[in-house]
Design a protein. Structure first.
Length: 166
């Protein structure tokens, strides 16, 4: 951010804006994986951008990593809100939701914690090293390796269960 002369509001450095433009589509794909199915990826990205632009982020060294971490945190918050709403709905009466008779791998993926989904996406799709992905989502490398292992194991078990049920 650059201070303007004469008390005018500060303006953003053009390099930062170019970086935000460049990151939008990759972050949107990332948000589609990290977020829940019923949460629009654009909403997560735009909220992350809003938080970035609204605050003083002069200490942010890597804008992409900051935005990815923000998206993971937003997705985690949304998942908690949804669980609370689901628990409240169950207390109110019987569940009338339709059950998917043909579950998919996407449903299995969405069953994982947002941080685990984000790590799997960064490592297995975007090609980051586990250490780099851990840094992006804000955990240490050992925890990231454990989360990756746990996520892959859960997906493998879910897929094996589905294949034996057929």
């Amino acid at each position: 951010m650059v201070e303007s002369a004469g008390g005018a509001p500060p303006t953003w450095d053009e390099r930062v804006l170019d970086e935000l433009r460049r990151l939008y589509n990759p972050l949107r794909r990332f948000a589609a994986i990290a977020g829940r199915l019923d949460v629009e990826p654009d909403d997560l990205v735009q909220e992350a951008y809003t938080r970035f632009l609204a605050g003083d982020r002069s200490d942010v060294a890597d804008v992409g990593a900051y935005l990815r971490r923000t998206i993971v945190n937003l997705a985690s918050n949304e998942r908690r809100r949804s669980r609370r709403a689901g628990a409240a709905a169950q207390r109110l009466g019987p569940d009338m939701a339709a059950v998917d008779t043909y579950p998919s791998a996407l449903a299995d993926l969405l069953g994982l914690d947002p941080r685990d989904r984000a790590l799997l996406y960064l490592v297995d799709v975007d090609g980051y090293q586990a250490r780099e992905a851990a840094e992006i989502v804000g955990i240490n490398a050992a925890a990231a390796r454990m989360a990756l292992s746990r996520g892959r194991r859960a997906l493998r078990a879910a897929m094996e269960t589905e294949s034996t049920d057929v």
